[in-house]
Design a protein around this ligand. Sequence first.
Ligand SMILES: Cc1cc2nc3c(=O)[nH]c(=O)nc-3n(C[C@H](O)[C@H](O)[C@H](O)COP(=O)(O)OP(=O)(O)OC[C@H]3O[C@@H](n4cnc5c(N)ncnc54)[C@H](O)[C@@H]3O)c2cc1C
Length: 337
Amino acid sequence: MRIEENYSLEKHNTFHLPVKTRWFMEYASEEELGRILRDEYFQECLSLHIGGGSNLLFINDFNGIILHSQIKGITVVEETADSVLLRVGAAEKWDDVVAYAVAQNWGGIENLSLIPGEAGAAAVQNIGAYGAEIKDVIETVETYNQLSFEKRVFTKEECQYGYRNSYFKNEHNDPHIVTYITLRLSKHPQLSIQYGNLKEALASCSELTLQAVRDAVISIRRQKLPDPEELGNAGSFFMNPVIPVAQFEQLKKQYPTIPSYPAGEGLIKVPAGWLIEQCGFKGKSHGQVGVYEKQALVLVNLGDARGHEIALVAESIRTAVKDTFGIEIIPEVKYVG
Ligand SMILES: Cc1cc2nc3c(=O)[nH]c(=O)nc-3n(C[C@H](O)[C@H](O)[C@H](O)COP(=O)(O)OP(=O)(O)OC[C@H]3O[C@@H](n4cnc5c(N)ncnc54)[C@H](O)[C@@H]3O)c2cc1C
């Protein structure tokens, strides 16, 4: 167990905001986690569990306890002629899990290559990219209840997955810490390359393999998104709004080029990046906060931005989109403090 006081979180958030936490506690097993949670002092404090900090916006220093897992390991717990069941410790870097699966020729998560963060958070967030979501391969999620100290195994259905949403993300009085996730991967993968420009990127590829798909996804992502190591960011700042078809049809009359994707019966998903770009924010900067020049959905820290400054720019974007299109866009990034 590692405990630090007045600890800098600069390396624990991909905006690289220079915030501090009163306490930072890192555990390497469920037993250690249990000891931290049962401590009376812990129970009196404000607390937040983090992964790689790639979806967080710290507005202020954190006056409480930041928890971080060091539970690692990737183990095959079941194997059939068609599939494997992989149990992964929550602290494994997500992209290492993808690289491992692809190297074994097990399919299902190759489209989710290069998404920053840890495996536990990936299951909390229901990460998605290029037409795939982690929920498609999740079998179970193992948790530790922060209040009752009980371990529980959630089935996929109990995780209540939705677009970038899950039972674990919702505000309720039942906080669970993810300790392990189990993924069902296929030994006879069906490649999914219809989404975005994946098909184009693979057009000259002589053999379509999981590795080829992973390489193409990585290459496209590197061209489109800033590397947080070089330019602090948290990926897509807002979720893509889902609106009724009738509202979309009205907008299409005024904006004939508005892009869209079906999002279930009577619903249409509109790319938030396009809406933001139409409002003139793309490539602009406001002090130390920038709107990325290649993707208006990404806010970047140009140097020494503070969390509240990023939040202010996000708010002006949200208001402009609402005033122009009548559409509410909601941050995907979680505000802390
Ligand atoms: C450049 C870039 C590109 C990105 N691209 C994508 C993308 O294509 N698709 C996508 O879906 N996301 C994307 N993201 C967002 C981000 O990578 C994901 O949301 C990721 O899953 C966050 O993981 P993390 O470990 O950094 O979690 P954090 O940001 O640390 O935490 C995220 C949430 O999970 C909770 N949490 C973390 N660990 C645990 C745990 N063990 N138990 C319970 N709760 C926990 C936290 O409290 C918080 O609510 C991108 C981010 C960046 C910076």
